[in-house]
Each structure stands twice: as C-alpha cells, then as structure tokens.
Design a protein. Structure first.
Lengths: 448, 300
C-alpha cells in the first residue's frame, strides 16, 4: 500500500510540476494584443547545460523585461522553448517544431552551436528565417551577398582566432618574433572545433608559425593522450576550442598535470565562462580567454533586469548570482540584437506597433547600427563592442576583449581588439563564400 | 625526453586511466552477475550519486557525513529499483530488464538535475591533480597523485568485492542466484534481498567512481557518458568477472592512449573515442565471453 501511495504521489508530483512548468514556458499575453513570436532552441540539460541555461535564460529574462515595459512599440513578445541538448539532430527537430505557433512563423533562429547551425543553415532562405549566429557558426555566412539570411554579428571565429594570434604576437614582442614559434590548436573533434582552422593555417603560414592540430573526442573528460602529445611538442601557445564544462575544465587540469603554463593557453568564447573555470580550481588560474560580451552585473540593463524581473520572482535562472556571468551577458547581447532588429523592421516597413514577417525582420537585422551611444542608451555600453551590419558584411565588429581568470573572476586585460588586418580576414571569408556559391550555383546578391 | 621514456609515460597514463574506467565497469559487473542484465543506468547512477554527495556538502554536511548519507541514498535507490522496477518485471526476458534500465537511467538523470540543478560543481577530495615530485625526480615521469589514488581505490574495491563474493554466505547466495535464480529461490535464498544488496553495492561503487571522476573533471552531466567508456572494458574483461573489469580497464586504457598518440595523427586524431570499440569487436569475434567471463553454451 505504501509503495502504491508513493507511486501515486510521484506520478501526481510529476504531473503538477509539468503543469506548472508549462505555465512558465510561455509568457502570458492578453487576448487581442499584437504579438511577435520567438523560438528558444535551448540546451538546459546534458553536458552543455551551463552554457544553455545562462544564454537562453538571459534571452527569456530580457524578453520578459521588454514585455514588462510595454513590449516593442506595443508588440508583446511570445516564445516557446525546445530542448536540443546541443545536438544537431535535435536542433533540426526543434527548428521544425518551433517554426510556427498560433499561425505565426518565427523570424529568427539561434542554435547556440556551430553543428546545429550547419544543420539548419540551408533552410533559412527557403523559410524566410534569420539565422543569428552570435559569435559562432559558419564563418563565411558573414558574406551577406551569398548568405542573405545568415548573420555572424557581431563577430565570428576567424576574427576570433586572428585576435588571439595578434595577442600572442604582442606577448612575444611582435609578429617578427612569432617566426619559428609553435602553436597547438587543441579542439573538440567537430565542425565547431575545426571552424577556425582555415584562418589559423593561413595566418600561421604567413607568420612562419608551426601549427599542430590535436583533436579531442567528446565529451572530453579524458584528455591525457592529447596533453602528452602537447608535452612532447613543447608548444609556445595552446589555443583551446572545446565545448561543455567537462571538456573545458579537464583541459586546464591536464595542462597542470604536464606543467604547461596556463598563461600560454587561450580559450575559445565557448570555454571562457565562469562555469568552465570553477571545476578546474587552481589549475585554471592564469588562463586567457576572449569575450564577445563581457561579464559583469554593473551594466545598467543588467541591474534593471535584476530589479524588475528577478526581484519580483520572474527570473529564468534559479541561481540569481549567475545574472551578469559570461553566458548570461552573452545571451543578453544576442537578445538585445533581436529586439533592435525588430524595432528597425517595424520602422523600415511602416509597421510600428505591429508584428513583422521574416523578410522584414531580416531587413531590420541588416540595418543594425549599434553605436557606442545606442549601446549606452540601452544600458550595455562597454559590455559589447559597437558595430554595424551591412548588406555585404554580416559580421559587424569582429572585435574581442581578452580576459584572464584569477581564480574567482575574469579580469579584462585588453580593450575591444580587432584582427591585425581585418581586410585579410574579410578576404578569406569572401573567398570561402564565393567557393560555396560556385559549388552550389548561387548567384551572389548585388549590394549597393 | 627520450622516445622510450615518452612511450612508458603514455602506457602508464593509459593504465591509470584504465583503472578509472574499471571503477565504472565494476558497477555493471555487480548487477550483471546477479541478474544477467546490462544496467544502462550505471552512468546515470554515477552522476546521481556524486551530484547528491556534492549537494549534501553544499547543504553544510561534513565530508564523512555527506558520504554516509549518500550511501544511504544509494541504498534507497537500490530498494526503489528492486521494488518498482525489478520485482514487477520478475521472470520477464533479459531484453525487458535492459529496456527498464534505460528508462531508469533517464529517471535518475532527470531527478538529479531537478534536485540539485545543472551547474557544474567542483569536488575537492584533498588530493591534488598534479604530478608527484619524487616520481618526476626518480623516473622522469609525470604521474598525477589523483590518478594514482584512483588506481589504489579501484584495486582495494575490486579485491574487497572479490573476497566478499568468494568467501561469504552473501557471495555464495549471489553466485547461486546468478547461476540459476529459480533453483536458488527453491532452496531458500531470498532473491529480493540479494537484488537489493547488489543494486545497493552498485550504487556505492557508482558513488566512489563518481567521486574520483568528479574530482578530476568536475561534477557534471558528462559523467553519464562514462558508461560508454565502460562498455568495451566489459566486453574485453567479461561481463560477469570482477577481476575482468580491472584487466579490461587496463587493456583499454593503455591501448587507447598508445593508439591515440602513435596512430591517431594519421587519422586526424580523436581515435580514442572509437578505437576501444574496434578492439572490443575483435574480442567479440574471437572470444565473445571476454577474458574472464563464463563461456555460455546454449542448446539450440
């Protein structure tokens, strides 16, 4: 009898919890209000949960905040979540599931993952949906003439690796000092891990740097083979391109095992979060990383969200201390761009106070001009680099700030840095996009 | 660093990593010995146990008390599994039980994350994951103190469990149940108690494995995937052999490291994810019962 009761109790609890969750999963919008629907292809469970909860949590928090303040010119934001577990197959499934709701189609899709972005990228033009790759994804998507529906704003991986190599050169005393140096690119064995390689190989070749590529099979909790190879190679620098807190923290503990100095390691943006550093403890101290959105809770918008959303118990994160962390601020930066694009689209198409279509949203996204003044007005001045997007250039700033972990927090060590030669990186992007266009019989759009 | 010394270091690192795989594999063996079921939930049990342990410590419990409470929790998990999953499925096919353990794995993963959250936790056992100085001085090898401790813990666990199963009444009962549950039951061996005991023991082994892995890589969801590392270990060592778990672990650990370092570069690297399975396939072809498993001959 006891067991039967226990079973009933468990089933009942699960049902109540599911009901409660479904209430929170979608926002409450009054009947008759104009709505704009957004998809949240989140990754809240699994090895990549720290990344997903922070990033998508911020997007939901910001949309709640916008709704609490009257929406976007009166248009209230609605959204629906689907769990991808950072899995490309599930991302496609979620894309299909989220594509339409209550007769409204999504206008933007954010996979927060390069494998997922590659999986859906060819659907975007057909479905009239913007693929917003906020600092990740397919790099040559930054050529808007070939990929009108794909954006890397405000930076992509080729700019990121170029900024890192520039930083290394500065540490070594100049580009001429890089000749003969050895860099190991230690990466997850996936499209994401290999994404920066074309630019990295090209720069290494130009500078006379020896590049050694070593890959890690996911989930990467075991990296002894890779770090023994690094010990043997004796590189001057290691660029780490991992995913998931397990892989990211294990790399640092393994570096400590072979006594590789953490001050010679540069982490990718998706390994550069507090959740990636904490598990490694002292082994993480000194590690460099780059950011496309700096952490910090002192930004006015972050403070306002804490006050208006979290203080009334409507925050998306259980742990409020994560508000202002790397992943949360990055999600906020991405969500701000959605809303700015929506405002632009409404104004450009005389639809102020009305929902917009995918094509109109795309125009609004392409018209983004996030000046220093505008960023300050929104309340994130200094958190992200100012940028603007154009018809041909879907990257924007291409800038990153270098940070260093001190055991408790990241400290910013540079300002917003661009690659040494942005035109060189842009040429690589255009060449890659042109090759793709030729292979797929795409006629590039003519931009004014 | 000479090539020979480097090779030795690769092999030693592999052997030590292998003992970590053995710790996970041991939990599988315990359950397989009693019920001939491959427990797909073992990876989830590792995650569940160590996350609960860290969670209890976050609630303010001291290390030792948190360990005891988590052991009791794993006994409770074993009890619930026996009563809610195994008992209702008594006399069902092995395939049914296998599917039930897959479901159990999902339940444990979900419960753990719902109860304690998804944040990655640091677990400090007081053993540094740094190379031991005197080994560097004497042998020139970088061997982590944590890895060495894990190896000793695995050896102690395996010897202890092997002695219990060989020389105690409980072990005798377990072996009888493993041989023929019906016959064992007919002579008065309490099947339910044996199952409860085995699942509880597997839970405790999962906790120990989780603590060692958690100290190394953080307490996080990726620990669930450790089950994938244990599978080739079991195929090679034999699903029902406790010593086989450690021998299989050592073989897999050393082989995957040597292959990754010396062969991996020719294939673009990252071959240690699948190389152990290739080795396991060879064993399945030529010695399907593994090195120490019981040869099963069925009348057809």
């Amino acid at each position: 009898m006891f067991l039967k009761n226990l079973k009933n109790c468990l089933v009942g609890s699960v049902a109540v919890a599911a009901g409660a969750l479904s209430m929170f999963a979608t926002p409450q919008i009054a009947f008759g209000e104009e709505k704009q629907y957004f998809p949240i292809a989140s990754s809240r469970v699994g090895p990549y949960s720290a990344m997903g909860t922070g990033y998508y949590g911020a997007q939901i928090d910001y949309m709640n905040y916008v709704n609490m303040n009257g929406g976007v010119n009166g248009v209230m934001l609605t959204w629906q979540e689907c769990e991808t577990e950072y899995n490309a197959v599930k991302t496609v499934e979620c894309y299909q599931r989220l594509l339409e709701k209550d007769g409204q189609r999504i206008v933007v899709f954010d996979t927060l993952g390069t494998p997922g972005a590659y999986a859906v990228i060819n659907r975007m033009a057909e479905d009239n949906v913007v693929l917003a790759q906020y600092g990740y994804g397919r790099t040559d998507g930054a050529d808007g003439r070939v990929w009108p529906w794909v954006f890397n704003a405000a930076s992509h991986y080729w700019s990121q690796i170029a900024v890192k190599m520039k930083f290394m050169a500065e540490q070594e005393g100049g580009i001429d000092k890089m000749k003969g140096k050895k860099i190991v690119h230690l990466h997850i064995d996936s499209a994401y891990g290999r994404e920066p390689l074309p630019a990295m190989r090209s720069i290494a070749n130009d500078w006379g740097v020896e590049l050694v590529e070593i890959s890690i099979p996911p989930p990467g909790l075991e990296q002894q083979s890779q770090w023994l190879q690094i010990r043997k190679e004796q590189p001057d620098w290691v660029t780490f391109w991992g995913a998931g807190s397990g892989m990211n923290s294990t790399a640092m503990t393994n570096a400590a095992r072979v006594r590789f100095p953490r001050e010679r390691m540069m982490y990718v943006t998706f390994g550069a979060a507090e959740e990636d550093m904490y598990p490694a403890g002292d082994a993480a101290v000194g590690t460099y990383a780059v950011a496309n959105a700096l952490p910090g809770a002192e930004y006015p918008l972050v403070a306002a969200i804490k006050e208006q959303v979290y203080d009334v118990g409507k925050g998306n994160l259980n742990d409020e201390s994560r508000v202002g962390s790397v992943y949360w601020n990055r999600g906020l930066g991405a969500a701000v761009m959605w809303i700015e694009a929506l405002k632009n689209a409404q104004e450009m198409h005389n639809k102020v106070g009305k929902a917009v279509t995918g094509a109109e949203f795309r125009d609004g996204y392409e018209a983004l001009n996030m000046t220093e003044a505008r960023l300050a007005e929104i309340g994130i001045g200094g958190m992200v680099a100012p940028f603007s997007i154009s018809c041909a250039n879907h990257e924007g700033a291409g800038k990153f700030a270098v940070m260093q972990w001190d055991g408790e927090k990241f400290n910013q060590v540079t300002g917003w840095e661009a690659p040494l030669d942005p035109a060189y990186i842009r040429q690589l992007v255009e060449d890659s996009a042109a090759k793709f266009a030729a292979e797929n019989n795409i006629t590039p759009k003519v931009c004014p | 660093m000479t090539e020979v010394l480097f090779f030795i270091e690769v092999v030693v690192a592999g052997l030590l990593a292998g003992t970590m795989y053995s710790l996970v594999a041991l939990g599988f063996v315990l359950i397989y010995k009693a019920s001939s079921t491959f427990n797909f939930a073992q990876g989830a049990m590792v995650f569940f146990a160590v996350l609960a342990f860290v969670g209890f410590m976050e609630l303010g419990l001291p290390f030792s008390l948190a360990f005891v409470v988590t052991v009791l929790l794993m006994v409770l998990v074993g009890f619930c599994t026996e009563r809610m999953v195994l008992n209702p499925l008594m006399n069902q096919s092995e395939d049914t039980l296998l599917m039930a353990t897959i479901g159990l794995g999902f339940v444990l993963e979900g419960l753990a994350q719902a109860a304690w959250g998804v944040e990655v936790r640091r677990l400090d056992l007081g053993i540094g994951d740094f190379p031991i100085e005197w080994i560097i001085d004497v042998f020139g090898l970088f061997v982590s103190a944590l890895d060495l401790t894990a190896g000793i813990v695995a050896a102690v666990l395996i010897i202890g469990l092997a002695l219990i199963f060989k020389y105690t009444r409980m072990g005798l009962g377990l072996r009888a149940v493993a041989d023929d549950p019906g016959a064992a039951s007919s002579i008065g061996i309490p099947l339910k108690n044996i199952m409860l005991l085995v699942w509880s023991a597997a839970g405790v082994v999962a906790l120990v494995a989780g603590m060692m892995w958690g100290a190394r890589a953080g307490v996080q969801f990726a620990l669930v995937d450790l089950a994938l590392k244990a599978l080739p270990v079991l195929i090679i060592g034999g699903f029902s052999s406790i010593p086989g778990a450690i021998i299989g672990g050592l073989i897999i650990g050393a082989t995957e490291k040597v292959l990754e370092v010396y062969v991996g570069p020719f294939f673009g690297g990252a071959i240690e994810g699948w190389a152990p399975y290739v080795l396991a396939i060879f064993f399945l072809l030529y010695r399907p019962e593994g090195l120490f498993g019981e040869k099963i001959i069925r009348r057809v």
